[in-house]
Design a protein around this ligand. Structure first.
Ligand SMILES: [Fe+2]
Length: 380
């Protein structure tokens, strides 16, 4: 996916053993069956050694029949609730993408795996760690955390942690136009390989006990119980692994005139483009209008999560607010915003944007935090 990483001890050649008395259990962890990006992971125990297996039915995802309109959702108003299993609240969704807010009340010792979706966490508040058989990644506010589809992990986080989670059924990748033919991030891109933090390796755990893994599908969890600690990896290598990258290490692209959202692109899949609006100086033309123009973004829906700073283009928006601007309906600066933007030197905003190619629809949870007056917010 990103670059080659090797951690711990791995056999001299793949699919071979170095010591017949200490056979390792090799796992091919890959995407797109055997065609996509992958890593080879070496376990002490057979990862198939399941002592018990059960099924738990999940709370159903409910898409409302609310009209397809511009929305302002106040995620600040969602309660702190639950853990990695029941605390992630889906506010918008389509058949390929889910947008979730996670304000956990507690941590959970069990392991979790998403069988269907790549996960991209954005840390709006808090700090903590993800722990996986491939190692641990510490995170702080402003981090993106990429979790490949199918990775087992658990999370620890400080109280008051607050995450935006973007789930994509299609593989999330660094944009191809950012990479040279060797797979290296090119000059002129908003971040570099050095800014990407792969897992720190942890020595393998050898204890026995009772360990649970919750594997998530659309409507259920399959719960597997192991009699050994699944953090039993002696080493791995490859190109598929979780990683973090912080918005502070990103370098925004600025210009003489207003730059369109694709210059802020961070990661993308076939079903969505993720972009990051970063603190930056505004355009340097002496008569520039730095704020965006009006548009009715045909072919995409435009989602924004406002994390920090001064959100110049919108009134009534606070950290934690979400706006959704749907295709076909015009949106843009609110009254007075163009005038106010002229002559400003820059912005300190941090916001996460996604463009989805299929319409994003309001869920029952999203409806609870919907600002009903938003469509009229341009009229004053
Ligand atoms: Fe827009």
């Amino acid at each position: 996916m990103v670059f080659y990483v090797r951690r711990g001890e791995v056999p001299e050649s793949r699919h071979t053993f170095d010591d017949r008395e200490k056979l390792l259990r090799e796992e091919l962890f890959g995407e797109d069956s055997f065609e996509g990006v992958y890593s080879l992971i070496y376990h002490i125990n057979e990862p198939t050694r399941v002592r018990n297996c059960s099924v738990e039915i999940k709370e159903k995802l409910v898409i409302t029949d609310e009209p397809y309109l511009h929305r302002h959702l106040r995620t600040q108003n969602l309660e702190t609730y639950g853990d990695i299993l029941d605390g992630r609240k889906t506010i918008l969704a389509n058949s390929r993408v889910q947008v979730q807010i996670f304000k956990p009340e507690k941590t959970r010792p069990d392991f979790y795996r998403n069988a269907l979706y790549e996960m991209l966490f954005f840390v709006h508040k808090g700090e903590g760690k993800i722990i996986s058989p491939m190692g641990s990644i510490s995170f702080v506010q402003g981090d993106y955390l990429y979790i490949p589809k199918g990775l087992m992990f658990r999370m620890e986080y400080s109280s008051g942690s607050y995450f935006l989670i973007l789930n994509s059924m299609d593989d999330l990748k660094i944009p191809e136009r950012y990479l040279n033919r060797y797979g290296q991030l090119k000059e002129g891109t908003p971040y570099y390989t050095r800014d990407i933090r792969p897992p720190e390796f942890n020595p393998p755990r050898r204890e026995s006990g009772s360990y649970h893994l919750y594997v998530e599908y659309d409507d259920r969890y399959v719960v597997e119980e192991f009699d050994f600690n699944p953090l039993d990896v002696v080493g791995w290598d490859g190109y598929l692994f979780p990683f973090a990258i912080n918005v502070k290490s990103m370098a925004p692209i600025v210009g003489k005139l207003h730059q369109p959202p694709p210059v802020h692109e961070t990661m993308s899949s076939r079903s969505m483009m993720v972009a990051t609006f970063l603190p930056r100086p505004f355009d340097f033309h002496d008569r520039s209008i730095p704020i965006s123009y009006y548009h009715n973004n045909i072919d995409v829906d435009e989602f924004l999560f406002y994390s920090s700073g001064n959100f110049m283009s919108r009134k009534g928006i606070e950290p934690g607010s979400v706006t959704l601007h749907v295709r076909g309906l015009m949106h843009g600066p609110q009254p007075g915003a163009v005038e106010n933007s002229i002559g400003r030197p820059g912005t300190d905003e941090v916001a996460v944007m996604i463009e989805t190619y299929d319409p994003l629809l309001l869920t029952d949870i999203g409806k609870l935090i919907d600002d009903k007056e938003y469509m009229k917010s341009w009229y004053s």
